[in-house]
Design a binder for this molecule. Sequence first.
Ligand code: PEP
Length: 269
Amino acid sequence: MRKFLIAGNWKMNGGDQFTFDLLSFINNQKPAISEDVDVLVCPNFVSLSMAINQLSKSDILLGAQNVHEAEKGAYTGEISASMLVEAGCSFVLLGHSERRAYYNEDDTLVHKKLQTVLRHELAPVVCVGELLDERKESRHFEVVKTQTLAAFEGLTDEQAFQVVIAYEPVWAIGTGETASPIQAQEMHAFIRSILAKQFGEVANAIRILYGGSMKPANAHQLLSQPDVDGGLIGGASLDAKSFVSIIEIAESLTNTVREADSPTTLEEH
Ligand code: PEP
C-alpha cells in the first residue's frame, strides 16, 4: 500500500517570520502525525534553516521548491542539490507549472534536474499537468504522457521508485477550480499505466499526488480515489488549520481500504 504524502508548497509567500509562525501553528494543532502519512512543507530557500530548526522535534519533512541541474559552479543565484541536502531537505519540487510557465523550464531541463537530484539523498516531486486549452482540445492525456515519459526516460527501477509525481492540471492551480475526483483518478491511473509499461510492478509503488486547489472541502473525495496518493497543496497549505485538516483527512483514510489494493486499470489514450 502506498503511503499518503501531504505536501505544502508555500511558494514566495513569506520569509523567516512567516515560516516560524506557520510551522508553530501547524505543530501546535498537530503535535503528532500518524506514521501512515508523510507530511512535507516546502518553504522558500532562505527560510529552510529556520524551518529545519522548527522541525527538529517534528515528523514533518522539509523540501525545496526548485534546484539547479548542475552539481556546482558559476551559476549566480542558483542552489544545488547538495546545498539542499545540507540544509535538511529530503524532497524537492521539480517542473512546477509556474517554473515551466515563467522560467521556461521544459521537459529536457526537468529530466536533467531529476537525474541530478537522484544522485543525492533527495526525493524529487515531478509536477506534470495540462493547460486549460489542452484539456479543451482533449490533448490532456497526450501532454501528461509526454511530460511523464520525458521525466522518467532512462531511469532504473530503483531510481523510478524514488520519484513522486504530482499531477497538477494547470487550470486548477490557484484558481479555486478543482479536477473532479473522476478526472483526477482517470489521469492518475493513466500515469500509472504509463509507468507500468516501463517499470512493471514498480509503478504500483510510485506515489502520484494530486495538486490544484485541494482544500479540506474536497480533500476527502480526492484522496479516496485509488490512485491518488496524496496532495500537493498551495493556497490551503498557507493556512495551518486547512493544512492540518487535510492531513487529518489523509490519516482518516489510511484505515479504509482504498481501491488501490485492487489492480490499477491500465488505460491507453
Ligand atoms: C500548487 O501550486 O502546486 C498548487 C496546487 O496550488 P493551489 O493548491 O493553490 O492550487
